[in-house]
Design a protein around this ligand. Sequence first.
Ligand code: NAD
Ligand code: WQD
Length: 336
Amino acid sequence: MILVTGGAGYIGSHTCVALLQAGYEVLVLDNFCNSKAESLHRVASITGKAVPLVQGDVRDRDLLREVFGTHAIDGVIHFAGLKAVGESVEKPLTYYDTNVSGSVVLTEVMAEFGIQMLVFSSSATVYGDPVNLPIREDFPVGATNPYGRSKLMVEQIYTDVANSDKAWRIALLRYFNPVGAHVSGAMGEDPNGIPSNLMPYISQVAVGRREQLTVFGNDYPTVDGTGVRDYIHVMDLAEGHVRALAWLKNQTGAHVFNLGTGRGYSVLEMVRAFELVSGRPVPYLISPRRAGDVAEVYADSSKAERELDWKATRDIEVMCRDTWNWQKQNPQGYPD
Ligand code: NAD
Ligand code: WQD
């Protein structure tokens, strides 16, 4: 059985589908601070399998002891955390507590119970402004905000932990820009309030929930002046976790992997692709650059391809189609 912390969230819920379909049993731990139980009902209806849930906080040591003491857990995928860059600047301690302390408590309890296989959600944000493109795992790291630093700290902690005891097997997965939804349209990204990420913003404009997109800068040295990112379909990402788990069985140590497609798209290319797939206009307004943004980011994911036998297969059209399918069917996101 795999314990999935933050399993009700966007990436976690899609990964539960991929795990269940690959024959794993899952147990979700989530405090629903940024998700709803409905996402797990959708996982169950897609897979036809129940999704056992423990509602609680990953920092709650007593609860974790109870979870590990009463379930036959073989490994953990650790998604639970806070992820809003802007909020992390305003509430750094909240971010370090949840993301760093949460990871430490989880790992301590895992060690107590002799469970030493772990997949951790890291982020391409750890590369800051990349020195070159495409970005390889051995490039220098250096985050530019508390959120990014919390991810970097956890990567470093896990590397030290793996060095201290060869029984640990840890995959540190650096996601690029996850987008898209399950092909059924029953599951997708359901941000609270005004989306800060591009894709949910575009889809909420297309469905009529918001008037227009603000494009943050068109004076970058890119194809059309707007920021370029490596968007990756959330189901490709989910399958990457399944591959990483299988691979870890025969490994020891901590290993970093980029999970991206290797291709970048600009903001305006994303807008056009979405308009084409949805048949809806996405009006936009150009505004100044957003603080902390970089011009261009895309991955070299050849290490994951080589070692994990994993490669993203869903292209930009599929990413837009599945997002639109979810948005159309669930214009207000998941019900309470
Ligand atoms: P999400 O907010 O949808 O999911 C996170 C889940 O963790 C939520 O269900 C939330 O309720 C839960 N959670 C948060 N704090 C918790 C706590 N203290 N105890 C228990 N549960 C808690 O976010 P997501 O997009 O699915 O991201 C999952 C992970 O991937 C996060 O660690 C995030 O930092 C990382 N990541 C996300 C992106 C992205 O763009 N979405 C990119 C790179 C890395
Ligand atoms: C993408 C592009 C924006 C919104 C963030 C985090 C990163 C990771 C993924 C967790 C950029 C532009 C956006 C809008 C816009 N998360 N944009 N108008 O900034 O690459 O990465 O999410 O780990 O850590 O920093 O993603 O979706 O916010 O932006 O023009 O309303 O879209 O400037 O070029 P980003 P994003």
